[in-house]
Structure formats: C-alpha cells, structure tokens
Design a protein. Structure first.
Length: 392
C-alpha cells in the first residue's frame, strides 16, 4: 500500500500542480563562518517583539560526511547560540548564552560533542511560577535525546539576555520526552505546550499536548495528538484559531515516505481530528512552522529535502481546511541538509523565515539564512528550468 501511495504522489498530480514564487524577496545571511556549521533553528525557537527578532541555532564545525548525513564534525563541540535582529531581520548580532552559564548543550541529542570543561548545571524542579504574560517573556525547551530522555526548560524575562533554569519537564506518562519549543500562552500562569515523547517501545516519537495552570510548577498531559504511529509524528507547530479551536502541524514519517500532517481541536486541545495533509511529500522530511498572519490567513513554511532543494510555504484562507499552491522562497540549496524553519511576521506584514542551507556561491558550509518576503506579492512560476519545477 505504501509503494502505491508513493507512486501516486510521484507520478500523479503533484509534479503538475501549480506553484507560486515569492517576488522581491531578500535573502540575508544570519550566521556564516568559513569552516563552521550553522543549523537547525527549529530545535531552538524563535520570538519577536515588533521588529526585534530572537532565534536560536546550533553552531559547530563543518565536515563533509557524505550525501546522507549532516555536515557537522561529530568530534568537535556543538554550541547553542542566539541571533538577534533589531531591524526586522536585515542585520543580526550573536550571543553565546553558555558563556554566562545559560542554555548549555548536553546529551546524546547533540550532533557534535559537549564543550570540554563546560560545567553542566543540575536539572532541578521549578520552585517559583513563571509569568507567561510578562512582556519580555521567552521560554525554550531542550532535550537529552530524541527517544526516551529527559527534557528541560529555561525562561527569560529580558528577551533572552539572561535565563533561569534548567528545570525538569516530567515525562507525562511516557517513557521519556524529546521536547522542542512550541507553546501557547493562555493566561499569566496557564500555558499549553506541544511536544514529542517516546512511543511505547521507547523510540521517537509521538506528539502530545500538556498544560500547566500554575506557572510551570506542575504539568499534566491533556491529550495525545493522533494515534501512536509505526514511524514517527514529531515536532508540532501550533496556532490558536479561537477560544476553543487549535490547529497543529506535524513532521511525519512512515518507512521512507515523509510529509506534513495537520490535526484540529475544537475543544481546547482535549481531542484532535486529522485534517487534509498540508504537504503530501517532503523528500527526506522537514519540520513545519505554522503562523497565523495579521490578516487571519495561516502560513506554513518548511524545507523541501528533495531536488530542487528549496525553502517553501503555503497559505490557507480557511483556517487550514484547504491550502493554496506551494510557494517557492528559494530553490538554490546544494543538497538535502536544509531547512528546520522558524518564521515570524513583522509589523509591516512581511514574513521573516529563518533556516539553514548551503548554496554553490557561498560554498560547502551550512549557514543560517533569513528570507524576507511579502505573502501578498506572489506570482506563478514560469521561465525556469523545467527539471527543477518537476521536482515539485
């Protein structure tokens, strides 16, 4: 059945589907350094206050490990950095929280090593409740490994300049958790988080929604998002549509087939119903980023890990029940080591989509880039290499 499904996708309507391209885009290098590796913003998080944007990413050392692996040196340290823009993504400065004892990388989750000589603070229970409505509040979740490890969180009241933590996240009835940053604030002490936990066999991964009503002192599982998969359903990205309605998107894999799925809750995360897949095929797969725009539309951004290696988006005008054509933001990636998108909208309506990529002009190193684009300035793709367009 899976073989038939793949054949239908590859040989059916998708190669001929209409596609759009974003006009007048600006591509900005957020972090590039010769001989280094920048990657995976989706593993860290993004936050914004008007034109001030803060995004996390991993910084390591470049090493060519072949076509099927991430090109980061596994024998050198991987560090967690923050990039900050004060002008809507045009220019960026960089901060290394570990120098102050914050956001210290650890565990098997790393593609590089822990930093030699860097003390690892104990993961403790939160004692003082967080104020989720603080105007400069930032919350981030990190994991020990992608299967059945311990997850932790740290928070900030000054837009990520200083942090409190790390604090222990409970396992929520699973064998372990693999939390990344996806949360919705309900009130001062009340918030939802959407995370991945281990399956019953201890492997990655099944998504759930958990809630705290006491500022993070305790957490309770609210619901599983869909049944336990044979493959994985991971890395949720979620928006609130009304007082009771939520929509989340998931990175999915069964066998060698990868796509993005969507689930809707009409009762404030108590139960979920599967929707039409926003993206039917993703090559080797990539996590989604879901945003609710100022005009009420939904925007889904993601990396496409098949030729042509590209950054893409889709828009919905009906709260995710249907999706418009795929929008190409750029299609000049050199290989599948690409994506892990985070996106925010600026006050002027433009979107800032941040990801990692490599391109022929820059060289082999993976770097962090931002594409600044207007969701109202789109045109049909025409006059390009037809082989690239046939790659969906």
């Amino acid at each position: 059945m899976l073989t038939t499904m793949i054949a239908m996708v590859l040989l059916g309507g998708l190669p001929g589907e209409p596609m759009l391209i974003a006009e007048d885009v600006q591509h900005v290098k957020v972090y590039y350094e010769a001989g280094r590796f920048g990657g995976w913003p989706a593993n860290h998080g993004i936050w914004s206050w008007g034109n001030e944007i803060l995004v996390g990413y991993s910084r390591g050392y470049y090493r060519d490990l072949g076509a099927t692996r991430h090109h980061i040196d596994r024998e050198k340290p991987e560090q967690f950095w923050l990039a900050r823009s004060l002008d809507g993504g045009m220019t960026w400065s960089h901060e290394h929280p570990a120098e102050k004892g914050f956001l210290i990388p650890r565990g098997e989750f790393l593609h590089g090593t822990e930093t030699p000589g860097q003390a690892l603070p104990p993961i403790v229970d939160l004692q003082d409740p967080m104020d989720f409505t603080h105007s400069d509040f930032v919350l981030t979740f990190r994991m020990e490994n992608v299967h059945a490890g311990t997850s932790r969180f740290e928070y900030s009241y000054d837009r990520g300049k200083t942090w409190s933590g790390p604090y222990r996240l409970p396992n929520l009835g699973a064998r372990g958790t693999a939390a990344r940053t996806d949360y919705i604030v309900n009130s001062k002490r009340d918030a939802f988080i959407f995370i991945t936990v281990s399956k019953r066999n201890g492997r990655e991964g099944r998504p759930l929604c958990a809630r705290t009503t006491d500022g993070g002192l305790t957490w309770q599982r609210v619901s599983w998002i869909g049944p336990e998969p044979t493959g994985f359903a991971i890395m949720p990205s979620t928006v609130r549509l009304s007082d009771t309605e939520l929509l989340t998107t998931l990175r999915r894999r069964e066998g060698t087939f990868r796509w993005i799925s969507a689930w809707r809750s009409q009762n404030d995360a108590k139960t979920w119903t599967q929707e039409k897949h926003p993206v039917e095929y993703l090559g080797e797969g990539n996590p989604p980023m879901l945003n609710k725009l100022q005009d009420g539309r939904l925007c889904l951004t993601y990396g496409f890990r098949a030729y042509p290696y590209s950054m893409r988006a889709r828009l919905s005008t009906d709260n995710g029940r249907t999706w418009g054509p795929q929008i190409v933001l750029r299609d000049d990636g050199t290989d599948r080591d690409i994506g892990y998108v985070r996106t925010v909208q600026r006050p002027d309506g433009k979107l800032v989509t941040i990801y990692y990529i490599s391109d022929e002009e820059t060289g082999p190193e993976r770097y962090i880039a931002a594409t600044i684009w207007d969701p109202n300035k789109l045109s049909k793709i025409s006059g390009i290499d037809p082989k690239r367009q046939m790659g969906f």
